[in-house]
Design a protein around this ligand. Sequence first.
Ligand code: NAD
Length: 474
Amino acid sequence: VARFTVEVPETLEYTSLDTIEDSVSVVRGNFVTGKPRNMYWRKFQLHRLYQMVHDHEEKFYEALAKDMGKTRHEALMGDISPLLEECLYFLDNIEKLAKDEKVQPRSPTNRLDSCVIRKDPLGVVLILGCWNYPVQLPLVPLAGAIAAGNSAVVKLSETSVHTSALITKLFPKYMDIACYRIVNGAVPETTALLQHKFDHIFYTGSANVGKIIMTAAAKHLTPVTLELGGKSPAVITANSNLKTVANRVAFGKFFNTGQTCVGVDYVLIPKAQLEPFVEALRKTLADWFGAQPKASKDYGRIVNVRHFDRIMELLNRRQSGSIVIGGDSDREARYIAPTVVANVNFNDPGLMSEEIFGPILPIVTYNDLDDAVAMIKRNDPPLSVYVFSNNKKEQRQVIDYLPSGNVCVNDTLMQFGEFALPFGGVGSSGLGKYHGKRSYEIFTHERSMLIKKQRFEFLMRARYPPYTTNTLKL
Ligand code: NAD
């Protein structure tokens, strides 16, 4: 129960460019004092972060619904639970993660000494969040940065106006703004932030902006984590229960109205299975959203008109395939029906040219699994690969041959929610892994320490000149 109430703001106020330098230097100054490194303080701030979202859970559902028609279940599964779980994970494990690690010396000259790996915070971390999960994507990395003892500046997404404005309003009431600051804005504000020196930059978004971030970071030799996207395929083989597969593929495509980085981008299926699969999908979608998905309380909206136009342009630019389910849209309502396009050419200049990031599912057919996998492999490695088959050999045929950030066999999206697994891309789909222990590691400097004694100087003789063959015999 909230100790006070807030209203979800209707607008997002951008941070004044004049104050950005000040915010960065305040959190830097407080990092130097050692405050965010204090173990009690880290736990307290993690607890406050948990409380901020937990106290105002209903308001977060309201804000997320206003931003993209996100349903309560989607908001709970995709935003609220992951953050709360991550805070609890760190509260339970932080002492263990922060502990010095002793390793056995290997060099004979250090055998009587101690080798220790200390877990030092990196310093001031910049986190740039994305709009599709506007609670999870900026705040889950923040939990990791706090747990590891860093200060942080968090740039929320300007696209998810209501949720970012709600976080901004609540943040100073819960968190220590001497150590953790929120910045809002678009390109000019992000550009201004990137002028400053940070000790790590954690970015979630598109590969194009990822390149801008990495270039800016290079000027200060700042390490980066890039959580990007790509065209994640679902490869279905004949050894599958199509009814189950249809449910799981539909979940992977239409959850959050297709606006998920690990969402199924397209399907590859044997020619003979195309028709029964489309029929199974039709039934699944009718069961979930009824005959009029627009009227369903369980189906969301595209986040803004720019993204609506981008998705529709991909559909309109296509030169192959036919719409077998959905296809209707309403620009004013930012509504695109769950849409399935069958018999799409793998090289289609519309639907197969870039990540769709919306509720349109192209289906490409194949004759031979090896050929299908070879076709995918010609493209950049995607963030996720989904393979549906009850045959282990076929599963391996796909997994062994296709590189990707992560894999989920016989399901979709669930690997993203499993925080025991490291999450991230490979190649153009990302750089670095996070979640749980991996987030702690991202924001930690493993500082090697060799601790020797001043005794036993005679044993060091071999290191010192004058060198003789005798000294090497030590
Ligand atoms: P984007 O990458 O275009 O924008 C992200 C942020 O970058 C915005 O806040 C924007 O202000 C800023 N920005 C844009 N242009 C800039 C510039 N020239 N200089 C400095 N800053 C700039 O966001 P998007 O394309 O809408 O995001 C969607 C992409 O993000 C998809 O590819 C998706 O797969 C990916 N994504 C990945 C993950 C993940 O965890 N791997 C999660 C969510 C989204």
